[in-house]
Design a binder for this molecule. Structure first.
Ligand code: HEM
Length: 420
């Protein structure tokens, strides 16, 4: 069995994103701390760079001209001429202006506050239905029975995917995002490529039917994406389909993990849980609590950029075409920005976390994710304040997306807890 060296210098020295020890997936934060302290601009064996300090990462996000999101150079060798390559290099997140600007405008138009507010009643009803089902069962999986069921319905509604056709969305999403892991195994590549092909074929039929029967662009996001902006900004067919694939994925696993990680964190921090429950009726703590869950266990832990010219980061000069991994999870635990960073403090203020990144690529769905988390957590805790874990949680086993695959729980609490 691999053992973890205990001193920070050895941890930082041995760190290699391509060969992570099992302990990393359970608790990456000691690794991040060692890197921040010993090697904040860490050169990996493959020549890429790993950044862990908040103050080094922010300037990278701020300067998209020097720190590009265009992944064609990096993904060419990684994926070859495959559906995964075509998908990732067409989606807005892995592009620079001007393509990024054009696509982002259309997406932001479709994810406006008005669209999001219109989703709230449906979201409340959905969550209430899930809570009813869980209440009847007692023993549940907080991921399968709750956290994962919310975003899949919301994103399904967002694009108007009929209920009966939503079954494969979660596995497609897990397969496509799984292929973004630092190490691409042949199995991950095959699953990811298969999922892109199936998703594109499904979505092109959906788009075709929506073109034939357009919805109201004020309320129907897919119609809005098809029609583009009023001043004539339209997406090509391939751009449209790939952004839909991306939206379905971007809004799914990340939000599932936010809700799942938050519920798990509350079982580990009983005093914070009592505090949150005490403030549920006045809503005082809920907003800052969601921000703290986003910081504390960021569901998207890693991001990537490539330098377009020589650049200095944290005092280190990087040559052009340097591949950079920015570690959101480490920046969000940086004591230089967050006092006592390993403590969950639901009232933390200020809390300038970068769970949604920063700069021109800041998450376009962040307000939707926040709304989903607020409603899910408030309703859950109001109904099941005594919930307990009931079995061994199963982690997702990924470096980039941090969350649980299964979180067995008893929503009515253990017998001991109920007697107490
Ligand atoms: C807790 C939930 C979420 C987290 C933690 C999250 C995180 C992120 C991060 C870190 C990025 C920036 C990636 C980069 O540039 O390297 C991003 C981009 C994006 N996210 Fe999210 N996301 C979440 C939920 C959502 C939802 C619900 C949607 C849509 C329904 C969404 C849509 C997008 C889009 C469209 C982008 C690309 C923005 C651009 O490139 O301009 N996300 N997200």
């Amino acid at each position: 069995m691999m053992t973890l060296p205990t001193d920070a210098a050895s941890i930082a020295n041995d760190f290699d994103l391509a060969r992570l020890p099992p302990q990393f997936y359970v608790d990456p934060y000691p690794f991040y701390r060692a890197l921040r302290e010993q090697a904040p601009v860490k050169r990996m064996p493959d020549g890429s760079w790993f950044l862990t300090r908040y103050d080094d990462i922010l300037p990278v996000y701020r300067d998209p001209k020097v720190f590009s999101s265009d992944k064609k150079k990096e993904f060419g060798p990684k994926y070859g001429a495959t559906p995964l390559f075509e998908h990732h290099t067409t989606s807005l997140v892995f592009n620079d202006p001007p393509l990024h600007t054009r696509v982002r405008r259309v997406i932001l138009g479709a994810l406006s506050q008005r669209h999001i507010a219109a989703m709230e009643p449906g979201l409340v009803a959905l969550v209430d239905g899930l809570l009813d089902d869980m209440g009847r069962k007692g023993r549940v999986d907080l991921i399968e029975d709750f956290a994962a069921s919310i975003p899949i319905e919301i994103i399904g509604n967002l694009l108007g995917v009929p209920h009966a056709e939503r079954g494969p969305l979660r596995s497609w999403s897990l397969a496509i995002l799984g292929a973004l892991e630092p190490v691409l195994t042949p199995e991950r590549a095959a699953a990811g490529n298969g999922a892109v092909v199936e998703m594109l074929s499904y979505l092109s039929a959906l788009v075709e039917s929506r073109r034939a029967h357009p919805g109201n662009p004020d309320t129907d996001v897919l119609t809005r994406l098809i029609e583009g902006e009023a001043d004539g900004e339209q997406l090509t067919e391939a751009e449209l389909l790939h952004q839909c694939v991306f939206l379905l994925n971007a809004g799914h696993e990340t939000t599932t993990n936010l809700i799942g990680n938050a519920l798990h964190a509350l079982t580990q921090w009983p005093e914070e849980r009592v505090r949150l429950i005490a403030h549920l009726s006045d809503g005082g703590l809920l907003k800052s609590a969601v921000e703290e869950f986003l910081r504390f266990e960021s569901s998207n832990q890693l991001g990537n950029r490539i330098t377009t010219r020589e650049a200095t980061v944290g005092g280190v000069t990087l040559p052009p075409e340097s591949r950079i991994t920015v570690c959101i999870g480490a920046a969000n635990r940086d004591p230089a920005q967050f006092p006592d960073p390993d403590r969950l403090d639901l009232a933390r203020e200020p809390n300038r976390h970068i769970a949604f990144a920063y700069g021109i690529h800041t998450c376009a769905g962040m307000n939707l994710a926040r709304l989903e988390a607020r409603i899910a957590l408030a309703s859950f805790l109001a109904r099941f304040p005594h919930f307990t874990l009931d079995g061994e949680p199963t982690r997702g086993g990924r470096a980039r997306f941090r969350g649980f695959l299964h979180l067995p729980a008893n929503v009515h609490g253990s017998v001991a807890a109920r007697i107490a």
